[in-house]
Design a protein around this ligand. Structure first.
Ligand code: SF4
Ligand code: FES
Length: 249
């Protein structure tokens, strides 16, 4: 496949970025999207041009690092698929592909396609943990009964990989889908009850401090989420937040 790439190049957070156009030739339809960018970077390095900076780690759809807009969609055109799991056969020979970094106040650009998603780490630090009994009389986790329905919902929420596509997809750059998944994976289980009220208050407050917008009820977050995290988590988090604020008064 021969393709035209329009890639966002930006030297640092403060620099004014712009699109650069590159031609890539003989791309295998079986290669992944990131392998295609690797090929472009090899060519750029040979020409003494700065390679395109992008985030990646596992390349298996697990770590959530490979964040980028592809033709205006977070993680590109394939549903429930991260950029690293996207294959070039999804495109046609002769296509023009536009590649950009996440665009949100809470995710400042580090360079080119790489953004700083430290805001998500700080939200987790604000409440994404549980207290455990280390007295020596600790109850075996298997001995604590959990309703099957709640166990399934907690597991689904826990599949969030923290990629930030939900923020990127939202017209209001809201992080509510991410935060609600991280709240739900703990609040649905008995082990998560100790800090339940404190957790939802602290994580939502940190989300606001980081500059993410409020939920605008568009639903693009869940649509574009590579793990198909349900909007139901947002509704649950709002209820938990309301309950916690009333009991705190
Ligand atoms: S909710 Fe989905 S889109 Fe948002 S960070 Fe988690 S996995 Fe990514
Ligand atoms: S590189 Fe880990 S999810 Fe894509």
């Amino acid at each position: 496949m021969n393709l035209t790439l329009k890639v966002w190049r930006q030297a640092n957070e403060k620099a004014k970025g712009s699109f650069e156009t590159y031609q890539v030739k003989d791309v295998s339809p079986d290669s992944s999207f990131l392998e295609m960018i690797d090929g472009l970077n090899e060519e750029l390095i040979e020409k003494n041009i700065d390679p395109v900076v992008f985030d990646h780690d596992c390349r298996e759809g697990i770590c959530g690092m490979c964040s980028m807009y592809i033709n205006g969609e977070p993680h590109g055109p394939e549903k429930a698929t991260t950029t690293c799991q996207l294959h070039m056969r999804k495109f046609k020979d002769g296509d023009t592909i536009t590649i950009e970094p996440w665009r949100a106040k809470g995710f400042p650009v580090v360079k080119d396609l790489m953004v700083d998603r430290g805001a998500f780490d700080r939200i987790i630090q604000a409440g994404g943990y549980v207290s455990t009994n280390t007295s020596g009389n600790t109850l075996d986790a298997n001995a604590i009964a959990v309703k099957k329905e709640n166990a399934d919902k907690a597991f689904n929420a826990a599949t969030c990989i923290g990629c930030g596509a939900c923020v990127a997809a939202c017209p209001n750059a809201s992080a509510m889908l991410f935060v609600s998944a991280k709240v739900s994976q703990l609040s649905l289980l008995p082990q998560g009850q100790v800090e339940a009220s404190e957790r939802v208050m602290n994580m939502v407050n940190q989300m606001d401090i980081e500059g993410f917008g409020n939920c605008s009820n568009v639903g693009a977050c869940s649509e574009e989420c590579p793990k198909e995290i349900s909007l139901e988590n947002i509704a649950r988090m709002k209820r938990d937040y309301l309950k916690a604020s009333i009991s705190a008064d």
